[in-house]
Design a protein around this ligand. Structure first.
Ligand SMILES: [Fe+2]
Ligand SMILES: [Fe+2]
Length: 378
């Protein structure tokens, strides 16, 4: 049987994943927008089978009940955050995250400490803002999963994740408001991705889009910031959020493994394409075009250089260090003549395929775990 694959143009709207014009053609979101409506196209499913059919999910549910924390009382909100100082200190340890020699002929070529610091502060604000909007996406997705998943054990678990995500929205929103003085509107690529996930009528797609792709990336990004920032409130906030997120990704991996094992090649093809599309959209958002614009830089001029910047590339590929092994565990890489493996090769992220998958390692992220927070690849 031959599988008729869609082309890149059909899936992501462009033949070349690095087509800068196409990436930047997505119109920005309106900062004045207060509400955004998405049709969720799904049936709410009752089940009358209350038996313990999936012990692994029930175990996660028990972990979730004892892993709850309180965003109001468990974090040191009294911490005085001097954002200029904390970003300067973080940059002193890590650098700017960019190789300045790449940006010849642009305004960035002449940037000194002052401009990089300003860029670092805007980037911190932008990054945490996108985390916040992503957390709200997770809140809506897990409310949807509670309704749409046909399995009793999964409904119980998903309900705990709704509370977890509410807490994450709460703490990121509070940090941005109280410590950074407000944030950025949602990035257009992130919003398009969240829209696609919520819009899909198939219940397993909510899991794949949110639990595996968005949360997999979030876990890697939170881990990176947690390890590198010296700001104590943010560090603890991320540590607490990560203890929940690792469970969430495990929920996705455990559930989907069962579903995908029974799927035909054609059905799996849809999932592979969906995962690829999500991966590209997430990568595109890390172009952080709104930050460049605020800094007065011509995004169109600088975008190809950002894509070619080796320091940047290293950071971006690290963001896929959880997604790729989780996709491998789900069998998404190999099916249909290794279609998704080849796409991840094109994106330069396949090297993570044998890193720990989150179906196994979530216990190490628990707040009472004796081992230190694992870093990607350990
Ligand atoms: Fe979350
Ligand atoms: Fe989550």
């Amino acid at each position: 049987m031959t599988i008729d694959f869609n082309s890149n143009a059909d899936i992501i709207g462009r033949a070349d994943i690095n087509d800068i014009d196409a990436i930047l053609a997505m119109p920005g979101t309106d900062p004045a927008e207060i509400e955004h409506v998405v049709k969720d196209n799904a049936d709410a499913i009752f089940t009358w089978d209350y038996s313990l059919a999936r012990p692994a999910l029930r175990k996660l549910y028990e972990k979730a009940k004892t892993g709850q924390w309180n965003g109001t009382t468990d974090l040191p909100w009294h911490t005085d955050v001097d954002v200029e100082r904390t970003v300067a200190l973080d940059q002193a340890v890590l650098g700017t995250g960019f190789d300045q020699s790449v940006y010849v002929g642009t305004a960035v070529e002449k940037w000194g400490e002052k401009e990089w610091l300003e860029f670092g502060i805007e980037s911190r604000n932008w990054t945490l803002s996108q985390f916040l909007h992503g957390e709200q996406g997770a809140l809506l997705c897990t409310a949807k999963i509670t309704e749409t998943v046909p399995w009793y054990d999964a409904k119980l678990y998903a309900s705990t994740q709704v509370v977890d995500e509410a807490r994450h929205v709460e703490v990121f929103a509070r940090y941005l408001e109280e410590k950074l003085g407000g944030g950025y509107h949602i990035n257009a690529h992130l919003r398009a991705l969240l829209d696609d996930i919520i819009n899909d009528s198939r219940w397993d797609m909510t899991y794949l889009g949110m639990q595996v792709m968005v949360e997999g990336l979030a876990l890697a990004a939170f881990g990176f910031l947690h390890q590198t920032t010296g700001e104590p409130l943010l560090k603890q906030l991320l540590r607490y959020v990560m203890s929940d997120e690792a469970r969430h990704v495990a929920f996705g991996v455990l559930s989907l493994k069962e579903v995908y094992e029974g799927m035909t090649d054609a059905e799996l093809k849809d999932r592979q394409e969906f995962a690829f599309e999500a991966a590209v959209r997430m990568r595109d958002r890390f172009m952080s075009q709104e930050v460049w614009e605020r800094m007065g830089v011509d995004v169109k001029q600088i975008a190809p250089m950002v894509l070619a910047d080796p320091t940047r590339g290293l950071f971006q590929s690290m963001l896929f260090s959880k997604i790729v092994p989780n996709c491998k565990k789900l069998g998404l890489l190999e099916r249909n003549d290794q279609w998704l493996r080849r796409r991840f090769e094109d994106m330069g992220v396949i090297q993570f395929e044998d890193w720990a998958d989150t179906g196994e390692e979530y216990a190490a992220f628990a707040l009472d775990a004796e081992t230190p927070t694992p870093v990607a690849g350990e």
